[in-house]
Design a protein around this ligand. Structure first.
Ligand code: PLP
Length: 436
């Protein structure tokens, strides 16, 4: 499988090179040259297949010859070695809990897959790869955990001091070894700016093999298809496929679901559930894509004003708006609505969503009101405990803390505090390679 850049100014590359590059040199996103069809027999008899076998069959065409079969089977097995249950919330709404991985958010799936692919690609190579990533919260923990102790890879994570949740900060800063957490005196935008500067610095790129682990990397994006297949396997009424609501920020997750659907997975309709950051909901009405500055909400992992992966969704539909409209709806849910939905789902249905999931529940409830014969799934993208500071005041009681998180909260934070200056990051990175 070859990947082209959505800007069409860079050469096509295979899966290995696309993973190592992250973004294409012309600043476009890599996209597969064709969308492979999933075997009909797999879809028709999906309940008879193990998740491991489904995962291998879905990923193999995208990886092509870049990774041999036995190695790819090991990688997908390790990627999905935690529960992904489909929980009934009401007669019409089910929750696909994507938060049973090590850092309690769906980003574990992409990060685990990417780290293992990259680990395979650098094996036997003399030069270390340095993964550089800026995080507003969930990405950092998933990347840190996924790459922890992987040979040949150093990981440098920049996060804005005082602006990530307590659980998120501990997930970034307590691992040590090859994981370096830089606590930046600034905002997420500052962190991202510093990272961008490093990627375009000639001296750094000569001395280091730098790559990014953010969500535009194909090795993080593509494995997110897998749990859509697992959800369908668990869906009882195969004749009436589900409507799927996806809490969306950078649109990687929902884009992977749509890709799975185009390759043969039955889904009735997709809903991109957004918070007040409503660039895509507005686009679905006006057909005009107008990026904005992100506004802060209680579902902060979706505070994105210019969703990178939306271009890939347009690419899937060959930029034909009518075709897109047929498959995708989008809506914006305010913080007040999110709080009301979170509380009502907890009180009336005895199910506790996190703030991101609550946006999904709100969007799906609204959709089903207009489509009374349909049923749907909300992707629960994070465990409510990750956002206990938001959830507890809404429900007026404490969120039970899982044992693994309780232990992590007691571990000592180890971060390197730096000012928001690109030159300081450069000096740190050069120090890493010289072994100091
Ligand atoms: C990252 C994240 C999202 C948004 O996912 P995208 O793929 O960027 O659309 C939603 N919910 C949670 C909890 C997240 O961490």
């Amino acid at each position: 499988m070859q990947y082209f850049s959505t800007n069409h100014q860079s050469p096509e590359v295979d899966f290995r090179q696309a993973t190592i590059n992250g973004q294409a040199p012309d600043m476009g996103l890599y996209f597969p040259e064709r969308i492979p069809a999933v075997p009909k027999e797999l879809i028709g008899n999906i309940t008879q297949y193990s998740n491991e076998e489904i995962a291998y069959q879905v990923m193999q065409p995208y990886v092509g010859n870049a990774i041999p079969e036995a190695e790819l089977r090991r990688i997908v097995n390790e990627t999905i070695n935690f529960d992904i249950p489909l929980v009934k919330v009401t007669d019409d709404i089910f929750s696909l809990e994507l938060y049973h991985g090590p850092t309690l958010a769906f980003k574990d799936v992409g990060a685990r897959f990417m780290s293992r692919c990259l680990g395979y690609f650098v094996k036997g190579q003399a030069q270390k790869v340095t993964v550089l990533v800026a995080t507003s919260g969930d990405t950092g923990g998933a990347v840190a955990n996924g790459f922890y102790d992987v040979d040949g890879i150093e990981v440098v994570i920049l996060y804005p001091s005082g602006k990530v949740s307590t659980v998120q900060e501990k997930q970034l800063t307590t691992l040590g070894k090859n994981i370096h957490a830089l606590e930046v005196a600034g905002t997420f935008d500052d962190c991202q700016q510093m990272v961008k500067q490093a990627f375009t610095d000639e001296e750094l790129n000569k001395k280091l093999m730098l790559t990014s682990a953010n969500s535009i990397n194909v090795a993080r994006w593509l494995p997110q298809q897998l749990y859509y297949f697992f959800a369908y396997k668990l869906w009882a009424d195969k004749k009436n496929p589900p409507v799927i609501a996806v809490p969306s920020g950078n649109f990687g997750n929902i884009c992977a679901g749509i890709l799975a659907h185009i390759s043969g997975l039955p889904v009735k309709h997709f809903i991109a559930a957004c918070n007040a950051n409503d660039v895509v909901p507005a686009f679905m009405v006006t057909e005009k894509y107008e990026p904005k500055k992100a506004v802060t909400t209680i579902s902060n992992a979706m505070d994105v004003g210019n969703p990178s992966n939306f271009i890939r969704i347009l690419e899937i539909f060959h930029h034909r708006f009518k075709d897109l409209q047929h498959v995708l709806s989008s809506c914006s849910i305010s913080d007040d609505e999110t709080k009301a939905v979170l509380q009502s789902v907890y009180q009336n249905n005895h199910y506790l969503p996190d703030p991101h999931g609550a946006v999904g529940f709100g969007a799906l409830q609204d959709y089903l009101k207009d489509h009374p014969n349909q049923k749907g799934i909300v992707l629960e993208t994070a465990h409510p405990v990750k956002f206990y500071d938001v959830v507890e005041p809404i429900i007026g009681e404490p969120v039970p803390i899982p044992e693994a998180i309780r232990q992590q909260l007691q571990m000592e934070k180890k971060s390197i505090q730096i000012a928001a200056e690109g030159d300081l990051l450069k000096a740190f990175l050069l120090g890493l390679t010289s072994g100091t």
